[in-house]
Design a protein around this ligand. Structure first.
Ligand code: GLA
Length: 384
């Protein structure tokens, strides 16, 4: 924190008054279930985006990203439209979403720094939205319930940037707990419980380096497929309002009423909800091997049913089955590139990391980034 605050003072010539930070997140199990009102097992990570901010008089907002040195300036009177390929959209969008809730911020200077990998599937954008939301909360005395702050960030994605994502990313960044996974219910929008990660295992993140760009991807198309499957199933089973309400057996019985594509999309989501619940029970009784198998099953379902995997991700997950020390692996996040997560025995992590990098270089000619992630605490803010 101190180095960001010092860099802020050196750059802007006055002191920051507020510091806020928000972590990236890992979707551990429960892929594309959030917008289907389902369940996800996720965690916040120890990698985060930090913001130092001071209110300024007038309507001008000045931003400095100390990661790459870039700067942005905008007026509070000129934020109604997103700009093409501009990272200030995430901040302008938060202000816009607050304005829709009749909440105004004043002008400000802000500096930021982040070690969340960009466009990889660890929610760098949610970390940015949440860190700024929390900085505004502290600096301008805004009072909203924490789940509403998650909706503010989601609103930036949905309304400002046109990406129909669920609440998972911002919710995990806000509600994450150190050393634990959280089981969240996206119908009631709450954390149902925390689930400890086994002591002798670590989550190793292997970035395929194939950048996923959800805005340009098929994310919205997948969501539409899920919604049309849910609508047909609602016509068959009274009481169904989302894929969350459909059991594996019900889906199988109704298979003939769905187009093949709709069936496979629904099979992924319904299967994921089921795996999340079974996975939590397994972790609670210490069956880590069983939990790992579910990660592999999840990836197969992404590959065959949801078709949100990518060549590099398949190479990484296939390799995970052959290398010693790995209990399970899958793509994590939106998919179509980005990261895979690997549940690895602690004593094997070093060897595993170098061997998977080697396999990937041979197969794809690319150096994969490998990160060992700890489950970290959720977002916070304070006055300096
Ligand atoms: C992205 C979205 C989330 C969620 C995941 C897939 O990260 O932002 O809302 O849908 O994909 O589980």
């Amino acid at each position: 924190m101190s180095s960001l605050v010092e860099r802020f003072a050196a750059h802007f010539g006055h002191s920051a008054t507020v510091y806020a930070e928000a972590p990236g997140r890992l979707e551990v199990l429960g892929n594309h279930t959030d917008y289907n009102q389902g369940f996800v097992l996720s965690c916040a990570v120890s990698r985060k985006t930090s913001v130092a901010l001071a209110p300024a008089s007038g309507r001008i907002c000045r931003l400095k990203d100390f990661r790459d040195g870039s700067e942005k300036t905008f007026s509070l009177d000129d934020i109604q439209n997103a700009l093409p390929r501009d990272w200030s959209n995430y901040i302008r969008g938060v202000i816009w979403e607050l304005r829709k809730r009749s909440i105004e911020v004043g002008g400000f200077d802000a500096g930021m720094i982040s070690d969340v990998p960009l466009s990889a599937g660890m929610s760098s954008s949610a970390a940015l939205e949440t860190a700024f939301g929390f900085a505004f909360k502290e600096a301008f005395g805004i009072e909203l319930p924490p789940e509403e702050w998650a909706r503010v960030g989601q609103g930036v994605e949905n309304h400002y940037l046109g990406l129909k994502t669920g609440l998972l990313d911002q919710f995990s960044s806000i509600f994450g707990r150190a050393h634990s996974l959280i089981l969240s219910d996206f119908r009631t929008v709450e954390v149902l419980k925390t689930v400890p990660l086994p002591d002798d295992c670590m989550i190793v993140v292997v970035n395929s380096m194939q950048k996923h760009n959800l805005v340009d991807s098929e994310y919205n198309v997948r969501r539409a497929d899920c919604e049309s499957a849910a609508a047909k199933l609602a016509g068959i089973y009274p009481g169904v309002t989302a894929l969350r309400d459909v059991s594996v057996a019900q889906l199988e019985a109704a298979r003939g009423d769905l187009e093949d594509r709709e069936y496979r999309r629904a099979a992924h989501v319904v299967g994921e909800n089921d795996r999340v619940m079974r996975g939590c029970a397994m972790l609670e009784k210490g069956d880590v091997a069983g939990f790992g198998q579910l990660l592999w099953e999840s990836h197969e379902s992404s590959r065959n049913n949801f078709e949100n995997s990518a060549e590099g991700l398949d190479v990484l997950v296939d390799a995970s089955r052959t290398l010693p020390g790995c209990l399970g692996a899958r793509l994590s996040g939106g998919g179509f590139g980005g990261i895979s997560i690997h549940l690895v025995k602690k004593e094997a992590v070093e060897e595993y990391s170098s061997r998977i990098r080697e396999v990937y270089r041979k197969a794809c000619g690319v150096d994969a980034e490998v990160l060992c992630c700890e489950a970290g605490a959720g977002a916070s803010a304070r006055t300096l």
